[in-house]
Design a protein around this ligand. Structure first.
Ligand SMILES: Cc1cc2nc3c(=O)[nH]c(=O)nc-3n(C[C@H](O)[C@H](O)[C@H](O)COP(=O)(O)O)c2cc1C
Length: 191
């Protein structure tokens, strides 16, 4: 199936058609420059999960942010070539699990760093079933349990907007962050 799925889910199909290099930068330079520049963008690390026909799927994602409080919505940008995106399209269920500083091994398992095809749910973390059926991580800083409200699909990534149906907040611990190509954490500044 095309990663674009049903065309009614594409917000602006004319934008999806444009995916060539910038008009004024060579494609190679633009890619390298982008990679370098993105190393400076600090991200909180999350595991985005879903379940479809009894099978669990998930990926590590830093491209996650709050959308609105009313209705309560959150978004994740998900690569359309991955397994998890296709499962999200079919299931329309999504959980976003915000990782704590001591959960790096879980981030690595869901980024499939080793290249192994092992089930990352079996490799790392303890999981339970959320209200929507999506997998929730025990010990996540926060788990947002959502139904998918919208997909905005571009040729490489989809913006997946989840409407939050349930939330679980754990005790406050330092978060897991990604910056300059490595995992780290965040400390509060003194006032
Ligand atoms: C720190 C980090 C952040 C990442 N952020 C994203 C992201 O925001 N969106 C995404 O699609 N992939 C992201 N990835 C890559 C996916 O985790 C990785 O490609 C994963 O294997 C895809 O799994 P899938 O085939 O089940 O979709 C990230 C990887 C790392 C290590």
């Amino acid at each position: 199936m095309s990663p674009l799925g049903s065309s009614s889910w594409v917000a602006r199909p004319e934008m999806a058609a444009h995916h060539g290099p910038s008009d004024y930068l060579s494609a190679e330079f633009a890619r390298e420059h982008f990679r370098q520049a993105m190393r400076g963008l600090v991200g909180a690390v999350n595991v985005v999960t879903t379940v479809h026909q009894g099978e669990r799927f998930g990926l590590t994602a830093t491209a996650v942010c709050s959308v609105s409080a009313d209705p309560p919505r959150i978004l994740a940008c998900v690569n359309v070539t991955g397994r998890t995106f296709h499962a999200l399209l079919d299931s329309r269920r999504m959980a976003i699990n915000v990782l704590a500083h001591d959960q790096q091994v879980i981030a690595q398992a869901f980024a499939k760093f080793s290249g192994a095809q092992d089930d990352p749910f079996a490799v790392a973390g303890s999981w339970r079933v959320g209200h929507t059926g999506a997998p929730l991580l025990d010990g996540a800083l926060v788990s947002f349990d959502c139904v998918v409200a919208e997909f905005f699909v571009t040729p490489s990534h989809a913006i997946v907007i989840g409407e939050i149906r349930d939330m679980h907040v754990a005790d406050q611990r330092p978060p897991l962050m990604y910056f300059d190509g490595v995992f780290g954490t965040l400390g509060k500044l003194k006032a």
